[in-house]
Design a protein around this ligand. Structure first.
Ligand SMILES: CC(C)(COP(=O)(O)OP(=O)(O)OC[C@H]1O[C@@H](n2cnc3c(N)ncnc32)[C@H](O)[C@@H]1OP(=O)(O)O)[C@@H](O)C(=O)NCCC(=O)NCCS
Length: 178
């Protein structure tokens, strides 16, 4: 077994073969529930990739999104595509990836977010449950996305923003808006 190495990369720094390998990893880890829209959401950011030799065994990406918080448009770091290949889960790879993503998020953004059902996993790295109210700006119409509130997590020192009644409005995108 090789030592796992961790790398950061922008999309243009990866080969087509590596992009295909990441997609295959995400399809496998999410049991084929990773959609083309999800894949689009994982594009354009900084990826953290875990490699076992030449094999990609883990991945996450930090992308920039505009979220309007209490009326102010903010650039937020949004985490997508967190996955470890099933055969290598439970070996600390996901934790190492999330430590790097969390460090990057704290360095580069005042606020970072993600959407998950695996709260305990992210809580280990300091992520907190979302306490505000989520909305989407659907081409100019602001629509409440109440069902999304529960899955959102946050990383920010600006704790006054993570309070009941504070409105968080994401820009519309295809697929899952949050
Ligand atoms: C979630 C996932 C990325 C974790 O990666 P991993 O390499 O298996 O995790 P690690 O071995 O680094 O575990 C780190 C810690 O998180 C815990 N953990 C792992 N998966 C967890 C989960 N699903 N829920 C809660 N805690 C979890 C581990 O028990 C471990 O705790 P410890 O430090 O107290 O021992 C991985 O299981 C995966 O790819 N799952 C399928 C895709 C997925 O659901 N991604 C997240 C979507 S938001």
């Amino acid at each position: 077994m090789h030592t796992i190495t961790y790398h950061t990369a922008y999309d243009h720094q990866l080969t087509a073969t590596q992009h295909h390998a990441i997609r295959a990893l995400l399809d496998e880890a999410f049991a084929d529930e990773f959609s083309d829209e999800d894949n689009d959401h994982a594009s354009g950011g900084v990826r953290v990739i875990a490699m076992d030799g030449a094999l990609i065994v883990g991945h996450a990406v930090l992308v920039a999104r505009t979220i309007t918080i209490a009326g102010t448009a903010c650039t937020v770091g949004y985490v997508e595509g967190v996955a470890v290949v099933p055969a290598r889960q439970g070996q600390g790879i996901g934790a190492q990836i999330m430590r790097q993503i969390t460090d990057m998020a704290q360095r580069d953004f005042d606020i970072a977010m993600l959407s998950t059902g695996k709260f305990d996993f992210y809580a280990k790295f300091g992520w907190q449950r979302f306490a505000g109210e989520s909305f989407v700006d659907d081409h100019g119409t602001i629509i409440r996305t109440a069902a999304e509130d529960e899955g959102l997590m946050l990383l920010t020192p600006l704790s006054h923003l993570n309070q009941p009644g504070v409105q968080w409005v994401c820009d519309w995108r295809t697929g899952e808006v949050w």
